[in-house]
Design a protein around this ligand. Sequence first.
Ligand code: TYD
Ligand code: MG
Length: 471
Amino acid sequence: MPRTTVHVCSQCGYQSAQWHGQCPGCEAWNTLVEERLAAGAGERRSGGSARGRQRLRGVGGASGTAQRAPARPLREVGSAPAPRMSTGVGELDRVLGGGLVGGSLVLLGGSPGIGKSTITNMVLGNLQQTGHRTLYVSGEESAEQVRLRAERLGPGALGVPVLAETDLDVVLDTIAAEAPQACVIDSVQTLRAAELSGAPGSVGQVREVAGRIMELAKAQGVAVILVGHVTKEGALAGPRVLEHLVDCVLQFEGERERPYRELRALKNRFGSTNEAGLFEMRQGGLVEVLDASARFVAEATRAPGSVVLAAMEGSRPLLVEVQALVAPSELEQPRRVVSGFDRNRLALVLAILSRHGRVGTGGADVFVNVVGGVRVDEPGCDLAVALAVASASCGIPLSGTPRACFGELGLTGELRWVGHPERRLEEAAKHGCGSVIAPRDSGGDACEVGTLLEALGEALPARERRPARAA
Ligand code: TYD
Ligand code: MG
């Protein structure tokens, strides 16, 4: 049987028929990835078709083998906006930039149990109900299991045709025959290309599976959502290699035990990557959370250690509660536990607090939590974390609770301007958080301060009269 695959080193391009742990070319370890030999590759390399050769000779006998293609100035290239299919899930449509685009590939990543199958089921159900042809390919669950889930998601979801299959060729043939307008592959790590010997989910397999699905999707104009798992470290495992290939990378985040889920775009060829959508997992599937700020502010405890952060989620303002707990430590190296915020950033905020805010936490365990399982990673969160820790450390609630704030902390203790202050202030005012502590030049009727120390004076006026507990 002729050889159909080859092992290629991803570092130096060395090719070998067998797999080697160490590349014979560059001596790097574990870099050989199995790939399918392109059909007719040899033929093309040795001179192309007779017609091609003749044409080339006609234009002056150039030694190249490829056919010349005309290049056009960009202004002559048509720019019709890509037609969109609304998924029926408003938050997802917004993150995608207005809906699914025909012929596009979307990679949806997230840890197990986060709700990837649920949301994709809902999307296909909605599309099916609005008269689109759909197909749900499940490599993980049997058709019966998919049905059990769909029963919870309403009548639309039960109308979706399902294929429980892991063989790539069967899946491709089915897509070609059914000609769906939208198709979900759940998950890309479970499909297997028969030509490659690697296990499903290996880099070679995942690349091959996605590459061939993409060819078909582009040719037929199918909008494909590829579901992918992420590793414990939070990176898209295996599918990481697909990030370049696909048009859009969506990440589903949140904690399994908590009901809130956040959907973010990490890459989007058809829209912004700033958008994020918020969902809640309920009995009947994922429900969009449209009044998140109101909910988080109402839930804020207003106790020592609680602060409302006026954050930006993409282009949308969002008020979230940041909580801190500072307790004497019994460990030589006190604990720094953080959820929903960057751990290194916490270390920095604690250092600035102790150096420029006279709040020492050296001998104490510090816990910081962004309530509701929401993750905030924008520079505007620094001040909220600092005020929450300071308030927890001296056991005094912030003045005028629920007190909102935002701003980035500089290494010299200054409070720095952050983007969209007017939208943050507007949102805070709308939800009853008056007198927001904000950096200078934020405008509106914010309580503007220039340094961390001034912010602490505003938020914890009583602190000056009491010694810090955990210093
Ligand atoms: P699932 O979508 O299967 O997660 P993933 O495909 O990302 O691994 O579902 C995750 C969890 O959601 C599962 O533990 C059950 C729960 N769930 C609900 O709470 N309500 C529902 O309506 C559905 C369908 C699932
Ligand atoms: Mg699943």
